[in-house]
Design a protein around this ligand. Structure first.
Ligand code: TRP
Length: 339
């Protein structure tokens, strides 16, 4: 249930670690664009402080931050209608994160499956920041009293943690200050899988470039990657149910559906019994048609980084306008002496 005391406000973020993929576009950015409008105030953030929880080369981090910003803008995020900025320019994120570190419990953090997956057997060698990552994410959200957070399924647990932190803060300080933020998981967004292994998410940091479509890939590269995408030998089935147990086939059908704005069932109806030799080129053609205007615009913007930096700085200023009073009030509630 939506908390009626708070302005409907959307916050979401993308980490600038590596370039943007088709997964970021179909699973996140496309929906971020659709949420711009009367219903919500929309705040989108390039979460550079999150990126450095694992080592990033400074020059690559700067380039990736601008590329993610360019990807947002080229896809249709309007910097007037939305607030678009990079996290580190609004120092209130880190300040609120500290307060929330003192609210979150170790037992809660220990349950975070993403940390366990990322740390693997080597948890001792991970940064303290990677462990505290979900509490910084809670700060991102609560700093704006965001009511809705569009995220992928893998981030749902972090939004639930955000609610736990907000509830404990409100309870411990006997206030009704932070909202109970809702994750927005359903809707047109989808989970795009790896082209070489349909059981893994398409990731910008996976080893092989052939397993993902980058938003900056040219037409030839996109065609080659779909051509080489792993599939089973069977042709497209007649029904969506028959995609069960065929993760690679399902992924390509779902990518087609998301790009075309139709359902997977409609994809199967349009390509009855098609073999991969037919379907893959059709998919590549559609992907090029949809992505090339975006990648062209991204390339144009990346040639003028000063313009991107100006947009981010202006967004950060607007973000601070919302964040500063909320952090000030938080510090007051907690009992910090304010001059
Ligand atoms: N953790 C998110 C991810 O990996 C990125 C993120 C950081 C985020 N802060 C956020 C998403 C706040 C939504 C809201 O995808």
């Amino acid at each position: 249930m939506q908390d009626a005391r708070f302005t409907p406000r959307v916050f979401s973020g993308i980490k600038p670690s590596g370039g943007l993929t088709l997964g970021n576009y179909l699973g996140a950015i496309k929906r971020f664009v659709e949420m711009q409008g009367q219903e919500f105030e929309t705040i989108y953030c390039v979460v550079d402080l999150h990126a450095i929880t694992v080592w990033q080369d400074p020059a690559e981090l700067r380039a990736a931050t601008r590329e993610v910003a360019a990807g947002f803008l080229a896809s249709g995020i309007d910097p007037e209608r939305s607030i678009l900025f990079n996290q580190s320019q609004v120092s209130q994120h880190a300040e609120l994160a500290w307060i929330l570190n003192c609210v979150a419990r170790l037992g809660w953090m220990n349950r975070m499956t993403q940390f366990k997956e990322k740390a693997g057997k080597n948890a001792e060698a991970q940064s303290l920041g990677l462990y505290a990552y979900p509490s910084l994410m809670a700060a991102d959200i609560l700093l704006y009293h965001a009511t809705h957070v569009p995220v992928g399924e893998d981030q749902k647990q972090h939004v639930e943690l955000t609610r736990d932190i907000a509830a404990k803060f409100n309870h411990d300080y006997k206030v009704d200050f932070f909202p109970m933020t809702l994750p927005v998981i359903e809707g047109p967004a989808m989970r795009v899988m790896n082209l070489r292994d349909g059981t893994k998410k398409m990731s910008k940091s996976g080893e092989s470039d052939m397993e993902r479509i980058n938003m900056t890939d040219d037409a030839h590269t996109i065609a080659r990657k779909f051509q080489k995408a792993r599939t089973d030998a069977a042709p497209l089935p007649e029904t969506v149910e028959e995609l069960d147990g065929r993760p690679e086939a399902r992924n390509l059908v779902e990518i087609y559906a998301a790009l075309a704005g139709i359902t997977p069932a409609e994809v199967l109806a349009r390509h009855p019994g098609a073999g991969w030799g037919q379907f893959k080129p059709a998919l590549a053609e559609l992907a090029v048609e949809k992505l090339s205007p975006i990648s062209g615009e991204m390339a144009r913007m990346m040639n003028d980084p000063a313009e991107i930096d100006r947009i981010l700085a202006r967004g950060a200023e607007r973000a601070r306008g919302i964040a500063a009073p909320i952090l000030d009030r938080t510090l007051e509630i907690v009992g910090m002496v304010r001059g």
